[in-house]
Structure formats: structure tokens, C-alpha cells
Design a protein around this ligand. Sequence first.
Ligand SMILES: Nc1ncnc2c1ncn2[C@@H]1O[C@H](COP(=O)(O)OP(=O)(O)OP(=O)(O)O)[C@@H](O)[C@H]1O
Length: 647
Amino acid sequence: MKETVLIVEDQFVEANDLRLILQKAGYRVTGIARAVSKALECIQEEKPDIVLLDIFLKGPLTGIDLAKQLNELNIPFVYLSANSNQEVLSAAKETQPDGFLVKPFREKDVLVTLEIARYRHAHTRDSSSGRESQLQKQLLPIFNEAISWEQKLLKAGKGIQPFIPFEYLSAGIYNKLETSYNDVGFLRIGFDEYQVIGVNELMVITNLKRHELVALQSQTHQDTTATRYEATAFKQLCVQPCIQLLIADTFEMNSYLVFPILLPNGQLFHFSFYSRRLDAYQAQHLSLVSRLQPFLATAVGRVLSKENRFDLKLNNNSSLDSQKKGSIPLFDGIIGSSHQLLNVFDHIMMVAPSDTSVLILGESGTGKERIANCIHTYSPRKLKPLIRVNCATLPATLIESELFGHEKGAFTGATDRRIGKFELATGGTIFLDEIGEMPLDMQVKLLRVLQEKEIDRIGGRSSIKIDVRIVAATNRNLEKEVAQGRFRLDLYYRLNVFPITLPPLRERKEDIMDLTTHFIQHYNRKTGKKITGLSSKVLDTLMAYNWPGNIRELEHFIERSILLTKGTIIEDIGFLNINPTELNMPDKGHIKTIDENEREHIIEVLKKCNGRIWGEGGAAQLLNVPPTTLNSKMKKLGIKKVYQGNS
Ligand SMILES: Nc1ncnc2c1ncn2[C@@H]1O[C@H](COP(=O)(O)OP(=O)(O)OP(=O)(O)O)[C@@H](O)[C@H]1O
């Protein structure tokens, strides 16, 4: 049967061109709509397999409005976009499209994008529904285990965490009229570590008496259906004193999702998820909880009635101590417990067991290579090789032979047969670092490998089947690269099946202390020194600094400081070589040196040209110096690649 497509486009000529292209390629067009209202009518008449969707349409609603409804209906869609206005693109991206076609498009682009969109949609749907049924299977037995009620809830919460992320979870029976408050809470403090916050603990932490908690509970709005509150809605909910406000204030939470369950005895039980992120909860979380509702109601109801625990008295021995730390250091060598990093860990654990391609995004020095190692280590491929290729350092002329290998005599200088990195990684993982630097002609070849899972050695007679998982990383903004024609859109969509974004260090300053301690211990061991800590002045500076070079820069700072410190405390920040513009501290009449001025100017220009040094419009051309001179100046002034792609 032919695949069906609905075209939503207000320009008649473009819509008609698309129709011809699609029909020629064997698709059936179910309709052409110029406005959202017409599109909805078409969908009512016949649900298409996929929608091609322009952003600006006739009428008051945009393609982005329609996209939200398509998500609810689980219909894949690809945007047709005429401009790369960053704001519109970000709003469109939030709707999680299955592809983007940038106008004007060629016939080939349309067909390839459609093919990728279908692959992506089917893949994410299959893998998420597979994971979800896994979750259902895993949740039910928890409620039958011979463990305490709190342990059951915590175990269930840990299982749900990858699907509905939270930093605080509370659960209990809604009992407005009763005279007790019995919710139990779990505060996430590490990847697999949670602090149990029972009523006693909550009283200690908040300095409230039991009757005050009960009074607060009686004023609290109780949702009877699953509801999500993003930042603004959550603030509105919290204008009156209530339990949610208490938790938000005490544990610094910014968004909230409540999931009430109607128990067989007619009482309402709730799971309340809180997140520090502003918009952690989306429509897909609500649909997940509605699917979990029926069997959780039975499981929770059965436990509560069996244990006669409808009053939910907590064990008095639930203590402020966190649950025991897992004895296996799960993310060995990756230090930090900020909620941003924990979220990255959740994503790693979600994707590692599958063969899905992963794209790791993040500024230079944020730890992308470490994350790639981790994905490999937690995959079933862990006993096979992990092969790293740095696409930025390979000369364009060698990259093909490096990746795919060559036969003896394939070109001048090919004196022996060479096995390429893809073949070396057989059964394992290939890590394509700095993928944003890959030349366009190689991108085409890589795309073929991804699509057909086979490679051609240079000079070889036949293709070789390969079984390799791809993990790629870049510090560039690939969407910008696509918009500027430097990165292929089709390759971007193939790689971007599962993106993991590493937050810069300046956005998770709470990790600075842990990282500093870790690096001090590490370099103490290496150098035999006995540094015990930092002065408070140095610590203040570290916390105020913006860390453009991220963790790598912090590590270098500690390494230098350890070598240069005479006593046992690091007291001098001179080694940090700080650029005052990177420091969020009051400037006390500092006069900039010529070097500082030059450094700032170069950074400004680099930001303008998206980090590009060479070629037309590159920083070297703008500054009117040879690229090699600019490179050595950057080295001398300590300007790192971090400015590339992060303007
Ligand atoms: N969470 C972490 N805990 C401890 N060390 C870390 C962490 N993240 C990164 N590092 C250290 O910081 C340095 C930079 O990390 P890595 O090379 O993985 O970054 P990257 O993002 O791949 O950088 P680039 O984009 O420049 O290749 C390494 O020495 C790494 O060991």
C-alpha cells in the first residue's frame, strides 16, 4: 500500500511542486491544506502516514500550533521552512519534528528527508514503547516484594525516573479532612541516591510542627486528574501557602507534575514529581502516566489494603541518611551530581543498551569523550573495541582511507592493505569526535554507511558489511551549520536520533566543589604533594568564574596550582589566568593590559564568525592576518576552541 502524505502549505506553486515530486516517487497525497483548520479537516477524513508542514500559513494559527496536535495524534511531521530565524526554529524544534526541509529544496532532499523521518519516527516509537512495556513489567513485581512500603515507592520511583525525570518525588493519600499528613518524599542527591524525607525529616528541615503541616495540607489544591505545571503555572499554583510551595521553596523546585490514582476503595493516592528545570514536564509525560494509571491503581491499592496501611504511618526509623550508595561506581570518573548531570546519566542508561546512534552535544571540555566511553561501557558491545576518530585532526586527503581502509596499490603510496577504523570497530562502537568538522564529501559517504551498513575500502572490489554502533560528538551548533550549508541535513537527522546535551560548567556550578576535590586528590597522587584544599578567596573566584574552557580548564587550573603551591592550601588565583570578562565579580578599577585587550578582540571576532578561522569570512580574513599567525596568537593568549560554534 502506498504511503500517504498530507501537504500543509499556503503557497500554491510550492504545494503543487511537492505533490508532483511525491506522486512521482510513489506516495499518495491525501490533500493540500493552506490553513490549520483545513489541515485538521483533512486529517479527520483520512489520517495520513506523515505530514509536510509549512510554518507560516493562512489564518491565525501556525504550523507550530498544528504540530502540537500532530504530536497528540502520533502523526510524524516534517517542517518546510523558508528561513532559519533562530527564534522560530527553536520554537519549531520544541515540538520535536521528525525532520526539517529548508526551502528551496531539491527533489532528492524531499525524498531523503521523508525516508529519514519515517525511520526516526518508527525507531523512537518502537524503542520508547519497548522501554515502556519493560517499565510496566518491572513496576508490578516491586509492589509484591517483601520490602517496606517506602522501599517499594522508592524502587518504583527509580524505575519511573528515566521516563518522568524528577529531583523530588512525594507520594501518599490525599486526605484533606483527616488530621494527619503522611506523604513520603524522596530527594535525588546522586545518580542512584535518594534521601528519604518522611514527615519527621520534613518537620526538621522546614522547621514546621506536625499540626502546621496538616494545616498546610488542608489548604493545598488537590488535582483529581494528572496535571503538569511548567514554571509559570507552577508559580501561580504556589501563590497561596500549600504543600507544593513548601517543597518548591525548600528544595528549589521549578516545575511539577501530579499523577493521582483512584484506589479501589475510592480514595485518591498521588505521585507528585518535582523538577528543578523550568519545563521538565511535557504532554508525553501526561500520556505515559495515564497509561500507567490502571495497573498502578491495582498494585498500590492491593498493598495498602493488605498491609492495612491506608493511614500510611511511616517507619519511624526512616532517617535523614541517604539510601545506601550503590557499591558499583556507575559512572566511573565522571564527577558531579548537579541535576543537569544526573539527567545526562539517565539518558545514557536509557540509550546505552540499544544500537541507536547517539549525538553528544556540548562545548569543548564538558566531557563529551567521557560520555561516549560510558555509553560504550554500558552497552552489550562493551567487550568489543571502542574506536575513536577525531574528524578535526584528520587531513581531508586521508580521512576516507582512515575510516574505510584501502587495498594495496589503491593510490600512490598505498604500499600495503590498510584496515579502516570502521572495520576495526566491528562488533563495537565508533566514536566520531568533532563530527561538525567533517568535510562535505565525506559526509555523503558516512551517510551511506549509516543507511546501508556497509563500507567500501578504497580500491576494493566489493562492499563489506559492518556491524558498528555510531556515537558522534561536536561542540558546534549543527543546526546552524546545516543552515549555512556546511553540514548535510540528511546526515544531521540520521545522527540526531538520540541527542545528549552536556551542560557547560557555568550552568552547574554546584559541581565545581566536587570536581575540584577530585582533581586535587588526583594530582596529589600524581605529584606526591599534600594539598588539602583552597582558600575561601580562591573558592569564591572559582564560583564566580564563567569557565569558558569548562572542566578541562578547571582541571588545568588545579594541576598548575598544585605544582606551584608551596604550602598545603591553594591561595593564589594568579595561575588561573582569568579574563575579567569571564568573571562575574565587581571590577575594582582594573586596567586591561594590551594582551587582555587583544584576547578579547580576537574572541569577539571568533564569536562573530562562529569559530571559523580559515577561508572566506573566517576570523583570519576579518582580522587581516594569515590563519597560521592567528592560530599561534590564540595559543599564546590561551584562547581555546571553545569559542567555535558557540557564538
Ligand atoms: N564529569 C567529569 N568528571 C571528571 N573529569 C571530567 C569530567 N568531564 C570531563 N572531565 C575531564 O575534562 C577533560 C575534558 O573532557 P573531554 O575530553 O571528555 O571533553 P570534550 O567535551 O570531549 O572536549 P572537546 O570538545 O574539546 O573534545 C578531560 O581531562 C576529562 O577527563
